[in-house]
Design a protein around this ligand. Structure first.
Ligand code: PMP
Ligand code: GLN
Length: 382
């Protein structure tokens, strides 16, 4: 059969998690929490499953959950959204991103993707017949190089995919980035997919700036989010898409034939759970302690580190120590030191290797401490 995605293999997250498992290594590769969710949330799910909330939910999400999301968006980002026409509950941010891209991209349209980039964007663009235009982020701090973005825009550009806080670098957009993007898309027929799955994981008092909170940008943007990241339940695959009514209308046409609707008892449970904002407002300080613990430990190695601004990932540079390929380093680290990480070259379409690895620090402190102890021997790999 002629493959529609000939260059796609098994994702690096699956590969490294399997290797970690097979090698009995501490898995700091694939991004998922190593601890459980709040028992209150788990009890709510048990309650709703046992009370008979087990049939199809409405296609766009249960109304009270969409209403709760509208309240949350007003509280967090000062934006009023219409719960019926602008909020859709979906089966994870991956689905939100796929449905948004599919809804707007026609064959031959160009889509700007900033690299390094999360791996689900490009296959979705390709399946829609679009052409991905890769624009590198700044090689030093992963900020957006707006001059390069401007040069990448043509009359064929239909969409820009952005991600803040950014996976894998942790870069968090500043006001300046919002202004640059709004200047760029003003008076042009360009839409934006804004991947904001780490919206509640930012550090050092840095606010997350959602595109829904920007009066101009929100008119052209699909904001994609995930409850998996916020509430330590990545296996639930439940997320949302916020977009203006005319975009939501097209988004739902796709969503209803990708999954139709999303797990009913999870929607009721999360709706109740979101009643107390402190449940998501406490997340930054929870993760900041982990970032600091992990970073302080890593600083004892010879790796070059910049404190991550957001997300639960910390990147580290080793090019001054060795010429070893990042994939090989990740493999040897997993097999010889029993600590797994992700080679950042996997986030580039051409596997550009800048000698950077990514660690996930969403783990119990004890596990992080044990990983750090093992990384004491890191220089043996160079
Ligand atoms: N975007 C980014 C940047 C991610 O890291 C992830 C990770 N899991 C996703 C999207 C997908 O989120 P979900 O699991 O809700 O589909
Ligand atoms: N987003 C996670 C990461 O970056 C992985 C999710 C997945 O494996 N699909 O590690």
């Amino acid at each position: 059969m002629r493959s529609k995605l000939p260059q796609v293999g098994t994702t690096i997250f699956t590969v490294m998690s399997k290797m970690a498992h097979d090698e009995g290594a501490i898995n700091l590769s694939q991004g998922y929490p190593g601890f459980g969710a709040d028992p209150v949330l788990l009890d709510l799910v048990a309650h709703y499953t046992k009370s008979g909330y087990n049939q199809y939910a409405p296609m766009s999400g249960i109304p009270q959950f969409r209403q709760r999301m509208a309240e949350k968006i007003l509280r967090c980002y000062g934006a009023e959204v219409n719960p019926d026409e602008e909020v859709t509950i979906v089966s994870g941010a991956t689905e939100a991103i796929f449905s948004a891209i599919t809804a707007v991209v026609h064959p031959g349209d160009e889509v700007v993707v900033l690299e390094p980039a999360y791996d689900s964007y490009e296959p979705a663009i390709q399946l829609a017949g679009g052409i991905t235009i890769h624009v590198p982020l700044d090689s030093k701090d992963f900020s957006v190089d707006w001059e390069r973005v401007k040069h990448a825009i043509t009359y064929k550009t239909k969409l820009i995919v952005i991600n803040t806080p950014h996976n894998p670098s942790g870069y968090v957009w500043a006001e300046q980035d919002m202004k640059q993007l709004s200047d760029l898309v003003r008076d042009r027929n360009i839409y934006v997919v804004s991947d904001e799955v780490y919206e509640h994981i930012t550090f050092d008092q840095r606010p997350h700036l959602s595109l829904v909170g920007h009066p101009e940008l929100r008119k052209k943007t699909f904001v994609c989010g995930s409850f998996g990241k916020t509430f330590h339940v990545t296996g639930w695959k439940i997320g949302y898409c916020i977009a203006p009514p005319e975009l939501t209308k097209e988004f739902r046409k796709v969503h209803q034939f990708v999954t139709f609707s999303t797990v009913t008892p999870l929607q009721f449970a999360l709706c109740d759970y979101l009643e107390k904002p402190e449940r998501y407002e406490s997340i930054p300080s929870f993760y900041e302690k982990k970032r600091d613990l992990f970073l302080q430990g890593l600083q004892k190695t010879d790796l070059i580190l910049e404190p991550t601004q957001g997300s639960f990932f910390q990147t580290a540079r080793y090019g001054h120590l060795s010429k070893i390929e990042d994939k090989e380093l990740a493999e040897r680290m997993t097999k010889e030191l029993k600590v797994a990480c992700i080679p950042v070259s996997a986030f580039y379409h051409d596997h550009q290797d800048d000698k950077i690895i990514r660690f996930c620090f969403a783990k119990e402190d004890q596990e992080l401490e044990e990983a750090l102890k093992r990384l004491d021997r890191l220089n043996e790999l160079f």
